[in-house]
Design a protein around this ligand. Structure first.
Ligand SMILES: Nc1ncnc2c1ncn2[C@@H]1O[C@H](COP(=O)(O)OP(=O)(O)O)[C@@H](O)[C@H]1O
Ligand SMILES: [Mg+2]
Length: 359
């Protein structure tokens, strides 16, 4: 596939390969099936949530070259539902079949230092002041340079607040780095934000771009708790900045951009996700094209469709044992429950979500 405007839509019945078998892969598979496509999941976990809905499942490690090549030969386009797949594995498949979003986006989002450097220097979008941190000495120095309270994060593999510590003194910065282990880190100035918001946007193979209205996100213990759309107020700036990033990455697919909103109404990008995103799950019940269908449309050459929700709506995550507390929901027509088919409700694990129509 190329970015040619006149290019035909990927024919119905084609096979979409997806790296990763979590809940995002599961919901992408459902959306793909609705549009007449089959999905083929690549995930080492035999019982992953996505395998319950996918047409095929390759159970193999992400560095298994033979399995990667066989997978790439069987599918018509490849995408991914999480950003921690080794880029080399994606490059292996890209030699045989198109990969969307582009590998550059994956490479950028995998590493917080690359990500912040790209967003600020290449896309020209502001981020929190940051410093690379390789060792404990660097951590102390970064604390001083950043001028006070900071957050030290591992450059790679962090999610749901894992792999990060807050430091309010040089000693805490040093100890914090020690606790994260011998891995490359980044220190960011601690931002006393007004609120956290996100923008979910997409670019199609034709270059068409669109975004949903601004989303307001409430976190608990560094994990997303609730998302509300539309956010109670919106000056339009965050959506502009998100589209700037989409263009700078020459992107195809759904992109999520997380922002800190400051007192004066300006924005700093916290991080980007080159995929569908937890803060966009409300789209499933808002009466517009949902983010999973949007991603499938974008990578298969469809027009992106209507992203205007018919209702104000909020999404609440069901973490761990929350999954067992939904009995009352059966009676309320404005509530929809989405479970991920995970067998073990470990504390903090994302087990499902509830969407509630507000108006
Ligand atoms: N520099 C910062 N200043 C203030 N709060 C932060 C900062 N970085 C992260 N946080 C808080 O921690 C949450 C998780 O951090 P984030 O960088 O988004 O990592 P993750 O990959 O775990 O989502 C953010 O949503 C925010 O609430
Ligand atoms: Mg985050």
């Amino acid at each position: 596939m190329t970015s040619d405007k006149n290019e035909p839509v990927l024919p119905r019945g084609s096979i979409i390969g997806i790296f990763g078998g979590g809940q995002l892969g599961r919901m992408l598979s459902l959306a793909a099936a609705r549009l007449g496509y089959k999905t083929h999941i690549y995930c080492p976990d035999e019982n992953c949530p996505a395998s319950q809905f996918a047409w095929k499942h390759t159970i193999a490690d992400y560095d298994d070259n033979a399995a990667l090549t066989a997978f790439a030969k069987k599918v018509d386009v490849v995408t991914y539902e999480f950003e921690n797949i080794p880029t080399d594995s994606v490059i292996t498949t890209a030699a045989l079949t198109p990969v969307f979003p582009p590998i550059e986006a994956l490479y950028t989002a995998q590493d917080r230092l690359n990500e912040k450097t790209f967003i600020s220097e290449k896309a020209g979008v502001p981020v929190a002041p940051f410093q690379p941190v390789e060792n404990e000495f660097d951590a102390k120095r970064a604390f001083k340079v950043l001028g006070g309270k900071c957050v030290i994060k591992t450059r790679r593999m962090g999610y749901d607040g894992k792999g990060q510590v807050i430091a309010s003194s040089e000693t805490e910065a040093l100890e914090g780095k020690k606790s994260l282990g011998k891995v490359s880190c980044i220190a960011e100035a601690f931002i006393p934000f007004n609120r956290e918001v996100s923008v979910i946007c997409a670019r199609g193979t034709s270059g068409e771009t669109k975004s949903y209205p601004l989303i307001e996100n409430i976190h608990q213990h560094h994990i997303l708790h609730k998302s509300v759309c539309p956010a109670p107020s919106d000056n339009g700036k965050a959506r502009e900045l998100a589209l700037q990033i989409l263009t700078a990455l020459d992107y195809v697919g759904v992109l999520a951009v997380e922002f800190f909103e400051l007192e004066d109404g300006s924005y700093l990008v916290n991080e980007i996700a080159p995929r569908v995103h937890n803060s966009g799950h409300w789209t499933q019940d808002a009466g517009c094209v949902d983010q999973f269908e949007l991603h499938i449309r974008a990578i298969t050459g469809w027009p992106l469709g209507n992203l205007q929700p018919r209702h104000a709506i909020e999404m609440t995550n069901l973490l761990g044992e929350d999954i067992n507390q939904f009995e009352a929901l059966g009676e309320d027509p404005d509530l929809r429950v989405h479970f991920y088919g995970k067998s073990e409700a470990k504390p903090g694990r994302k087990m499902g979500h509830i969407n509630r129509i507000l108006s």
